[in-house]
Write a protein that binds this ligand. Structure first.
Ligand code: SF4
Length: 205
């Protein structure tokens, strides 16, 4: 699930500029310096190249590391040209995603809500720009997590209104304190609604 169709090593970056109530990595919201270097990662990956075919950079929000992230992954790609690189993002930094073109192979961007300004204090247009950039990569994924306050499950057409028809979308159940926030039927119905307006819908219950 971290990298669809691949066995991957997952790197977590610290620091996030959003504050989602359902965050599964709250300890990574605060930025911490110096946990690993490119040499550390190369050493770990070198010992696993026989079993992995990709790496995933997630967070936190990886794009907060800007040029450092781009140069880190560029060095990584030079050493391991055959490993595919996926970067997860909350969509708040489209410029950094653009800078990853030619470095990353897949970008996954969250589309958390239509009402970004109200709930998360960033503009929807910024996230839509990130989705546009993500679509220009070899692979992309738009992730919608069904947090009831953020996503009105009865109105998938609100999301259709902002999604490009070439989008690959993953509709994900939201878990709060380990329990699903919606019945499977609600999530499935929302996903069906999106099938009418995008290229592919992946269901994660
Ligand atoms: S964007 Fe991701 S890491 Fe940041 S608070 Fe939201 S769920 Fe957590």
């Amino acid at each position: 699930m971290d990298y669809p169709g691949r066995i991957s090593l997952v790197l977590f970056t610290s620091g996030c500029n959003l504050n989602c109530p359902y965050c599964h990595n709250p300890e990574l919201r605060r930025r911490q310096e110096g946990s690993f270097t490119i040499d550390d990662v190369i050493k770990v990956v070198s010992s696993r190249t026989a079993i992995i075919d990709g790496i995933v950079v997630t967070g936190g929000e990886p794009t907060l590391h800007g040029k450092q992230l781009v140069s880190f992954l560029s060095s990584f790609k030079e050493v391991f040209p055959s490993l595919q690189i996926k970067v997860d993002s909350n969509g708040s930094n489209p410029g950094v995603l653009e800078a990853l073109r030619g470095v990353a192979d897949m970008i996954a961007v969250d589309l958390k809500t239509i009402a970004y300004e109200r709930y998360l204090g960033i503009e929807l247009s910024t996230v839509l720009r990130s989705l546009e950039v993500a679509r220009s990569f070899t692979e992309h994924e738009v992730r919608i997590t069904m947090y009831p306050d953020y996503v009105d499950a009865k109105h998938p057409e609100e999301f259709c209104a902002v999604l490009d028809s070439s989008s690959v979308v993953a509709v994900q159940q939201c878990y709060l304190d380990g329990r699903p926030a919606n019945t499977p039927e609600v999530v499935e119905e929302f996903a069906e609604g999106l099938q009418r307006c995008v290229k592919e819908v992946r269901l994660r219950l």
